[in-house]
Design a protein around this ligand. Structure first.
Ligand code: ATP
Ligand code: MG
Ligand code: FE
Length: 339
């Protein structure tokens, strides 16, 4: 079964063709980083407009790259939410139009479940229970899953900022550019993660919830006291040390909470996905924890951590196996908040 995946939940317009949920035939992504960069974050109205411009281009590109005609596509999977409604509607409208005009069935996909499936592309799915950390620009949450294809059960999540959002806001504060996660990751390689001791919010020993706004405020207070490179240029500390210390605080909490959830549920598999899963230090620390705890770690290749449509097509296959196609394709609607 060949599925055409379509993604437009935030600031990437993407299309991909995936066979049997795992074999990548093609993947095209049009990124809007250059559009939103000057604003230091995604501007929803601009995002919708750019999706409209790019959607058909990426779909055609994906078909061409795969050498597949639209007639050979068996079904269309589209991100239904969560995300920016104006952005989601562009992908959904394109998917509905193709579904209606070509008579192809439709599958509505949860974007976070799509991120999870990125971990199993070109890898074997698992039939055993797992704990999954979704750590991205808009979400930071832990899930329990019976198997890689089953519906994720929410264990806890951020009460304020998502981890990726904290990376982006700290980078913006320091004038480092957008998206902040990538810049902080790169600068941290030459920084000392123990240079400054920033707060780690654990919210009680048994909590699987997260909070990153206090950490963000601690960095803001630090630069108010010691100088901000965005305002002063010269500062009496190394920016690399500051961001490495910030990053370490985020990673500590993510690894510790995921470990606690894995121990609590007695699982042998741990899944780590989402844009922040591209982070080098996070990958390194989870690799170490897996060896120590004897887990099998499932983490996507860096190219499939941030938004793409390969993961949407892959998740679409699992959703179809679980619940079939959407009964009334034209009634499919965007869902802005959806755990
Ligand atoms: P969501 O998936 O929650 O709807 P999103 O789709 O906008 O949000 P993703 O595309 O999954 O988010 O991830 C983007 C986020 O990942 C941004 O916040 C970005 O800073 C962060 N990110 C990307 N690469 C890295 C990295 N190497 N280190 C840390 N963070 C990173
Ligand atoms: Mg994005
Ligand atoms: Fe995402």
């Amino acid at each position: 079964m060949i599925i055409l995946g379509i993604e437009s939940s935030c600031d990437e317009t993407a299309a991909a063709l995936v066979e049997e949920g795992r074999r990548i035939l093609s993947g095209a992504v049009a990124s809007q980083i250059a559009v939103h960069g000057p604003f230091g974050g995604v501007v929803p109205e601009l995002a919708s407009r750019k999706h409209v411009e790019a959607i058909l281009v990426v779909i055609e590109k994906a078909l061409k790259e795969a050498g597949v005609t639209v007639d050979e596509v068996d079904a269309i999977a589209v991100t239904q939410g969560p995300g920016l409604v104006g952005s989601l509607l562009v992908g959904i409208s394109a998917a509905k139009a193709l579904s209606y005009s070509l008579g192809k069935p439709l599958i509505g996909v949860n974007h976070l479940e799509a991120h999870i499936h990125a971990a199993f592309i070109e890898d074997e799915p698992i039939e055993e229970p797992a704990v999954c950390l979704v750590v991205s620009g808009g979400h930071t949450a832990l899930y329990y899953m019976e198997s890689s294809d089953s519906r994720p059960h929410y264990l806890g999540g951020t009460l304020d900022d998502a981890a990726g959002e904290a990376f982006d806001k700290v980078a913006k504060l320091l004038g480092l550019g957008y998206p902040g996660g990538v810049v902080i990751d790169r600068l941290s390689v030459s920084g000392n993660p123990e240079a400054f001791d920033f707060p780690r919010a654990y919210l009680g020993r048994d909590s699987f919830d997260f909070s990153f706004s206090g950490l963000k405020t601690a960095v803001a207070n630090f630069v108010r006291k010691f100088g901000n490179p965005a305002l002063e240029g010269e500062v009496p500390y190394r920016v690399e040390d500051l961001v490495a210390s910030f990053q370490e605080a985020v990673v500590d909490v993510l690894v510790d909470k995921t470990t606690a959830a894995a121990v609590h549920h007695g699982v042998k598999h741990v899944i780590v996905v989402g844009g922040v899963a591209a982070n080098r230090r996070l990958r390194e620390r989870f690799a170490e924890a897996s060896i120590e705890k004897g887990w099998t770690l499932h983490i996507p290749p860096v190219s499939l951590c941030t938004d793409n449509a390969v993961m949407v097509a892959a998740a679409g296959y699992a959703v179809w196996k679980r619940q079939g196609f959407v009964k009334d394709p034209l009634s499919l609607d965007a869902v802005s908040r959806w755990l």
